[in-house]
Design a protein around this ligand. Structure first.
Ligand SMILES: [Zn+2]
Ligand SMILES: [Zn+2]
Length: 414
């Protein structure tokens, strides 16, 4: 029996692992500059929390959640996204009452049972930020600009920001009704669309199968109430003021029920994927919906795997050189202890004051030839050889692995 990582998951090594860490680090720096603080929530939650907030008829709840029972029969789910967990934490820690304003960010693994494809996994990483207790359209604009800033800091240009406003509980029902009427007259809807028509007609607009058939569909812009209209006007005005380019997209609805008013997606021509690099929007009713005080909020999340691919194709990681490798070798077995002590010191203090290095070796019980072969294998720039005659004079041999030259150096000078 050979074990493999479960379908849709992967082991992450080397450049990808480093790249994902770099993305996280960089995003964190930007979030902190914008005044956001980090929150870490559990990887699993009460399953009902997601069902209630994300919506019964969404793809996530209908077919993508990892739900399981623990030993006491509690129904739990691996988190499929980060926003709801953060809202739950916000309420649980009474922040909806005590300190209602807040800017938070998170980064971590999410889980969805989806068909695996390029840049999409069943265990994936999202980095997100949320602004709580701020109903101002300025918060919407700030979140969109923040998403743009994070992506462009990874060298990703050619991004397209699509925005829309889904209206509020006053005006959305009218739009919904118009949509149901319209879709009822469209022939040959796919099965998903037929199923969603009554319960979630907005979702039909972005159906991957049928979307192109919808041409003269009702536009939300004709149904927005005056508050929603003013709100969306201000969001757009502020984005323009900040030189943020965007496209208003009437078909943009997002796959989650909790959104109100502004929704947006950031896409890039640089990646071949149906999925957005980052997406988000306003969710003024979510906190109340799951038991908290009325707290408007807006946020976004980016898919780290897809952003990694986009950043990679933009050459972002080429600016980050991996540290130089040094190998510590012994020509005489009796010097193993000395060489070991030197390697420990070198990892702590660096070599010649250079701390941006990786130190390998020494290896016990191998011939010098074999040790040098290993040094080549790990692409060591230099090998420091501890040999008896030189060591007795306080010296070691430093071998340049590229041109194979070697010099004697005072051990104290390294
Ligand atoms: Zn409205
Ligand atoms: Zn469809």
């Amino acid at each position: 029996m050979k074990y493999k990582s479960p379908r849709g998951t992967r082991d992450i090594f080397g450049e990808t692992a480093l790249g994902l860490s770099l993305l996280e680090q960089k995003a964190k720096e930007i979030f902190i500059r914008h005044g956001f603080e980090e929150v870490r929530t559990p990887i699993f939650e009460d399953a009902a929390l997601f069902t209630r907030s994300i919506g019964q008829t969404t793809d996530i709840v209908e077919k993508e959640m990892y739900v399981f029972e623990d030993r006491k029969g509690r129904k739990l789910a691996l988190r499929p996204e980060g926003t709801v967990s953060l809202a739950r934490a916000f309420i649980e820690h009474r922040m909806d009452i005590s300190s209602p304003a807040g800017k938070f960010f998170y980064s971590g693994e999410m889980f969805r049972y989806e068909r695996p494809q390029a840049g999409r996994y069943r265990q994936f990483r999202q980095i997100g930020a949320e602004i709580y207790a701020n109903s101002s359209p300025a918060a919407d604009a700030e979140i969109i600009i923040l998403a743009q800033d994070v992506l462009s800091s990874f060298g990703i240009d050619k991004i397209n920001i699509h925005i829309n406003s889904l209206g509020c509980e006053k005006c959305r029902p009218l739009f919904r009704e118009a949509l149901v009427n319209y879709f009822s007259s469209v022939e040959d809807l796919c099965q998903d669309c037929v199923r969603r028509l009554e319960r979630n007609p907005l979702r039909l607009l972005d159906c991957k199968v049928d979307s192109c058939k919808f041409t003269d569909f009702p536009k939300i812009s004709n149904y927005r109430c005056s508050d929603c209209k003013d709100n969306f006007d201000t969001v757009r005005l502020l984005l323009k003021k900040a030189n943020c380019n965007f496209t208003v997209n009437d078909k943009l609805v997002r796959g989650l029920d909790y959104y109100t008013r502004t929704v947006f997606e950031v896409r890039s021509d640089a990646v071949v994927s149906q999925d957005a690099l980052a997406a988000g929007g306003r969710y003024d009713n979510l906190v109340k919906e799951i038991g908290g005080q009325n707290t408007p909020a807006v946020g976004f999340a980016l898919g780290a795997e897809r952003v990694f691919l986009a950043a990679q194709s933009a050459g972002f990681f080429e600016n980050f050189k991996s540290p130089e490798n040094f190998f510590v070798a012994i020509a005489d077995q009796e010097l193993f202890g000395e060489a070991f002590a030197f390697a420990v010191k070198a990892t702590r203090d660096g070599i010649n004051g250079n701390k941006d290095i990786s130190v390998f070796g020494p290896i016990n019980g191998k011939s010098l030839t074999n040790q040098l072969k290993f040094a080549d294998k790990i692409q060591a720039a230099k090998t420091i050889v501890f040999a008896k005659t030189e060591f007795e004079n306080g010296k070691v041999l430093v071998k340049n692995m590229k041109d194979k030259t070697q010099i004697e150096v005072e051990l104290n000078n390294l």
